[in-house]
Design a protein around this ligand. Structure first.
Ligand code: FNR
Length: 383
C-alpha cells in the first residue's frame, strides 16, 4: 500500500508481517518464552488514564526538549536494534539515519553494536549536521575491542554511550529459534559479515560466526556475561561522553546507577526479548521516581524508557511520570523494512502529530508542563 495510506504505527507492523522474510519477521517480532513481558510492555500503558485540563490556550504546542545535554526536536528516539538489513537489505541502519534526519523534525538515533552496517556508514548516512546519534555498547569479553570502539565512535561525533546490561545471554526467542538460519541465505550473509567485524575487529582471517543457530544465539556469543557494576565504573574512565545504562528493571538498580554517577538509565526489558515476566518499564518508572525523590537522588541522572511504545499518548504518559526520552524499537524496524527512509520519516511524523494532538487535548503546550498530576495511575500495579 502507498505510504500515504499508513495512519498509525500499527499499520507498519501489519504490513511488515505480510512482506518481510520469515527470518526477518521472526527475529524482529519475537519476544522471549511466552512473550508475556512483550505484551505487557504495551498493555501497561493502557492502565493509565489522563486528567485533562480545559480552557487552556493550546493553539501552539512545542515538543522541543533536552536529552543528555542536547536540545532535541521531539522527546522520542529510535532505539538500538540489531540487523536492520534483514528487513531492508540495501539501506539497513543507514536508512534509519536518513529517515531521522531528512525531514524538518530531527530524531535521535541510537546505533547498535550489532548494526548490520558499520558505525561509520551509519554516521556518514545522516543527512543533517544537527542530527544526534548515540552508540549502544555491548561490552566484549575482549575489553580492548570495546575500548577501541568507544574511542572510534567518540571521534565520529557520537553524543552518548548506552551500555546494554539486560543481555548477559540472549533470551530464548522461540520464533527465531525455529527458523534456523541456513548458512546460504542472504540473512546469514548479512550476519556473518558483521559478526566477524564485531567479534574480532576483522583482524583474523578466519570466519568466526556460525549463524545456523538462529539470529539471537549467534549474536550473543561475544557478549561478556561476567559484566558487573565495577566494569561500568571502569568504562566510565575510558570516555568523556555521557554513559547511560540500558536495560535497568528495578528501582534498586536505578539507585545504584545514580550513586555510581552515570548520566542516565534506560528502564527497559529489551522489548520483552530477555527475561520473560520482567515488569513493564512504565510501571517501574512510576514506582522509581518517588523513591528517587525520597532519597534526594532526583535529578542525579536522566531516566529513559523503552518497550511497547506505539502511540503519542504512550510517550506523553512516560514523560508525565518523569522520563526524559522515550525509545521505540520495532516501529522503526518495520517502517524502515517496508518503506525505507521515507517510511521512517512517516513514522516520525505520525508519532509527532499524535503527541501534539494529545498534548493539546490534555491542556498542555510544552514538555516541561507534563507532570504526574495529569495522570490517573491508580490501576497500575505498583508498590
Ligand atoms: C532490540 N534491542 C536491542 N537493544 C540493544 O541494546 N542492542 C541491540 O542490538 C538490540 N537489538 C534489538 C533487535 C530487535 C529486533 C529488537 C526488537 C530489539 C532492544 C531495543 O533496543 C529496545 O529495548 C526494544 O526494542 C524496545 O521495545 P519495542 O519498542 O521494540 O517494543
Amino acid at each position: 500500500p502507498p505510504l500515504e495510506s499508513i495512519i498509525n504505527l500499527y499499520d507498519f507492523e501489519m504490513i511488515a508481517s505480510k512482506i518481510l522474510s520469515n527470518q526477518a519477521w521472526a527475529y524482529y517480532s519475537s519476544g522471549s518464552d511466552d512473550e508475556i513481558s512483550y505484551r505487557e510492555n504495551h498493555s501497561a500503558y493502557n492502565r493509565i488514564f489522563f486528567k485533562p485540563k480545559v480552557l487552556v490556550d493550546v493553539s501552539q504546542v512545542d515538543l522541543k526538549t533536552e536529552m543528555l545535554g542536547s536540545i532535541v526536536d521531539v522527546p522520542f528516539y529510535a532505539t538500538a536494534t540489531a540487523l536492520c538489513k534483514l528487513g531492508n537489505p540495501e539501506g539497513g541502519e543507514m536508512d534509519i539515519a536518513r529517515g531521522c534526519g531528512q525531514g524538518d523534525t530531527k530524531v535521535v538515533q541510537m546505533i547498535s553494536t550489532l548494526a548490520s552496517c558499520s558505525v561509520d556508514e551509519v554516521v556518514n548516512a545522516a543527512p543533517s549536521k544537527d542530527q544526534i546519534q548515540w552508540y549502544q555498547v555491548y561490552v566484549n569479553s575482549d575489553r580492548n575491542i570495546t575500548k577501541e570502539m568507544i574511542k572510534h565512535v567518540e571521534e565520529l561525533g557520537v553524543k552518548a554511550l548506552f551500555v546494554t546490561v539486560d543481555a548477559p545471554y540472549m533470551g530464548t526467542r522461540e520464533k527465531d529459534l525455529k527458523i534456523k538460519f541456513s548458512n546460504s541465505t542472504q540473512g546469514a550473509k548479512i550476519m556473518k559479515t558483521r559478526m566477524d567485524a564485531v567479534v574480532n575487529n576483522d583482524k583474523e582471517e578466519e570466519e568466526t560466526a556460525d549463524v545456523t543457530a538462529g539470529a539471537s544465539r549467534t549474536l550473543s556469543k561475544f557478549i561478556d556475561p561476567s559484566l558487573t557494576w565495577n566494569d561500568i565504573r571502569e568504562l566510565k574512565k575510558w570516555t568523556k561522553l555521557p554513559v547511560v545504562i540500558k536495560g535497568v528493571q528495578r528501582s534498586e538498580d536505578v539507585i545504584k546507577a545514580a550513586e555510581l554517577g552515570v548520566e542516565g538509565v534506560v528502564l527497559s526489558n529489551h522489548g520483552g526479548r530477555q527475561l520473560d515476566y520482567s515488569r513493564p518499564p512504565i510501571e517501574v518508572l512510576a514506582e522509581t521516581v518517588p523513591i528517587l525523590k525520597e532519597r534526594n537522588l532526583e535529578g542525579k541522572l536522566e531516566l529513559f524508557i523503552d518497550g511497547g511504545v506505539r502511540r503519542g499518548t504512550d510517550v506523553i504518559k512516560a514523560l508525565c511520570l518523569g522520563a526524559k526520552g522515550v525509545g521505540l524499537g520495532r516501529p522503526f524496524l518495520y517502517s524502515n523494512s517496508c518503506y525505507g527512509k521515507d517510511g521512517v520519516e512517516r513514522a516520525i511524523d505520525i508519532l509527532k502529530k499524535e503527541i501534539e494532538m494529545s498534548m493539546k487535548l490534555l491542556g498542555v503546550t510544552s514538555i516541561k508542563e507534563l507532570t504526574p498530576e495529569l495522570l490517573d495511575t491508580s490501576s497500575l500495579k505498583i508498590r
